[in-house]
Design a protein around this ligand. Sequence first.
Ligand SMILES: Nc1ncnc2c1ncn2[C@@H]1O[C@H](COP(=O)(O)OP(=O)(O)OP(=O)(O)O)[C@@H](O)[C@H]1O
Length: 336
Amino acid sequence: MLSAAEQPAAGPPALAVRGLSKTYPARRARRGRPATPEVRASDGITLEVRRGEIFGLLGPNGAGKTTLVRQLTGLLRPDTGSITVLGHDLVRHPRRAARLLSHLGQEATALEDLTVALAAETTARLRGLGRADARRERDAVLEELGLGPLAGRPLKRLSGGQRRLACVAAALTGSRPLLVLDEPTTGMDPVARRAVWAAVDRRRAEEGATVLLVTHNVIEAETVMDRVAVMDGGRVIACDTPGGLKAMVGDDVRLDLVWRDAPPPQIPEIAALREAATVTGRRWSLRMSPERARAAITTVTTGPAFAALDDFTLATPTLEDVYLSLGGSGEGLVRA
Ligand SMILES: Nc1ncnc2c1ncn2[C@@H]1O[C@H](COP(=O)(O)OP(=O)(O)OP(=O)(O)O)[C@@H](O)[C@H]1O
């Protein structure tokens, strides 16, 4: 028998967004607070997420990911455009969002005073489960995420990563068909991250859940997601599978140079590399053909350049390279 994820998706898509725009108005300076300009945080976004997909929104700080998510979850009203979740028009009926999706936002203020166990149980109850079912779900999700030993601790007395994990546990209760998770693994160690991804994948495989994930971690985006929308300046600048996106940069490889001291500027080959590089502090990132990369490595590993070099790495393209090739700045993307 096919798993839920393998069955052909019937009916409307899990999520359809068409021509979505949102502008935060300019604010005048008041009581020592500086004036802020108008920001067009969603600028004509159109995308479709299929049922059972793990779909990512990737982009650096300020790209407009959270603004998009807040509109999807009914917390913010778009200026124009439509949002449909499993056939329901959420712009016209924003309250339906609570029944259709589970939203893990970036902050956990509402749950801070509760213990880990009570946060999960209360969320399950709020989503309509009876007491016995809510407790069963609570126990299962705490076990699944390795939170048993922390069950009796209030969230506000946990470390950042532990608190985040407790919020994920609460978000996973109640079997919502669409999970909208904004940076779910922020601050988590690799064991906790793996537990989260396994739990998310299980809901997709066993319950046919669809997952929309916000991240600026390019490695997570590549390993976990079926398709990725790359965002910049409030727009979707590309949308494909991680493999499809990477094919856009062809055979190019990525050369990263980290300098200990300022590299010798009088060497023309070094000056040419500097011209072509994206510079972040001491790091120069270059995308180039394998032949050019070989020549560049010869240049930087000989003579005075080598004395100034701290480290270099040569790698096949990542989603970060795709992002850079599409004109994104790359700043703020995480690579760990
Ligand atoms: N309440 C607000 N009022 C005015 N401008 C805002 C507000 N919230 C966000 N913005 C601006 O809208 C743009 C998009 O912000 P948003 O929070 O959606 O980005 P993001 O991609 O989620 O970033 P991050 O990765 O840092 O969470 C940014 O320029 C931001 O400064």
